[in-house]
Design a protein around this ligand. Structure first.
Ligand code: CP
Ligand code: NVA
Length: 307
């Protein structure tokens, strides 16, 4: 594995390996036995969009592993505008040991990986958010003890986060149900690829439009913002379409008693999720946020540890 661009590139075994490594690294860190596995390695972090979790968790991951991270803001690195994406990749490869990039167009992170001689990690594109997907699987795995067979219900926009959950759920034998309003379903190529992956694991991918039917018997209820970064001009219109997909007490009542309520954050409280549910006993959203750190340490060690 040179790069980490989409979960769909992994085999079920490789994905399980990353989860096991994340669990082991987390346990060591919690016991105060973290090791400098990436001593003096440097991660260049290219951000074309804002971030709290991705920026801080990658920075802390490198610090805890004995290395450093450099934050490169949208004003500094203007991919494809100040210079070509290929040239950014070639130049950064001469300075840093790995690149993490948060971009608009997925093709930009694909191009970075193509032209960089160092590993490239997708820190979110319009198409997928694999670091989040790995983190979500880690969180469910920790809380439930297993992944295969669980019913993971994603409610809302069929976006980048939904795509990574579909790929990750398919690779781990989960039954992923996505309930979206008409016109906001996940892209056809994502559904097709996730179904192919699910065939090998006994998992499944189901698309529905009825949020209550979807939530029935859910082991995990997941949602994300109705308007992603870059879709700000559609936010008002989306606020008229998505309210039936809100995770609230009534919807929670459809799910299993121990259902895990998840959100990648940032949350828009009162829109896709209500305060009572987000702050309630089923919510694991802040454990999930913490796990970004542990999951990404596994990705970094996998990509850089043997270099
Ligand atoms: N979940 C997530 O990626 O958060 P940030 O946008 O704050 O990085
Ligand atoms: N779907 C959201 C996720 C943010 C972490 C976005 O792309 O803005």
């Amino acid at each position: 594995m040179k790069d980490f661009i989409t979960l769909a590139q992994l085999t079920p075994g490789e994905l399980q390996g990353l989860l096991d490594l994340a669990v082991a690294l987390k346990m060591k860190q919690k016991r105060g036995q973290g090791e400098p596995l990436l001593k003096d390695k440097v991660l260049g972090m290219v951000f074309q969009k804002p971030s709290l979790r991705t920026r801080v968790s990658f920075d802390m991951a490198m610090l805890q592993l004995g290395g450093h991270a450099l934050y490169l803001s949208p004003n500094e690195i203007q991919l494809g505008r100040r210079e070509s994406t290929g040239d950014v990749a070639r130049v950064l490869s001469r300075y840093v040991d790995a690149i993490m990039a948060r971009v608009f167009a997925h093709q930009d992170v694909v191009d970075l990986a193509c032209y960089a001689s160092v590993p490239v990690i997708n820190g979110l594109s319009d198409y997928s958010h694999p670091c989040q997907g790995l983190t979500d699987l880690l969180t469910i795995y920790e809380k439930r003890g297993s992944l295969a067979g669980a019913r993971l219900v994603y409610l809302g926009d069929g976006n980048n986060v939904a795509a990574s959950l579909m790929f990750g759920g398919a690779l781990t034998g989960m039954h992923v149900v996505v309930a979206s309003p008409s016109g906001y379903e996940p892209p056809t190529d994502v559904v097709t690829r996730a179904r192919e992956l699910a065939q090998a694991t006994g998992g499944s991918i189901t698309l529905l439009d009825d949020p209550h039917g979807a939530a029935r018997g859910a082991d995990v209820l997941y949602t994300d913002t109705w308007a992603s970064m870059g879709q700000e001009s559609e936010a008002a219109e989306r606020r008229t379409v998505f309210p039936p997909y809100q995770i609230n007490a009534a919807l929670l009542g459809e799910a299993t008693r121990d259902v895990l309520v998840m959100h990648c954050l940032p949350a828009h409280r009162g829109e896709e999720i209500t305060d009572d549910v987000m702050d309630g006993p089923n919510s694991v959203v802040f454990d999930q946020a913490e796990n970004r750190l542990h999951a990404q340490k596994a990705i970094l060690v996998e990509l850089l540890g043997k270099v």
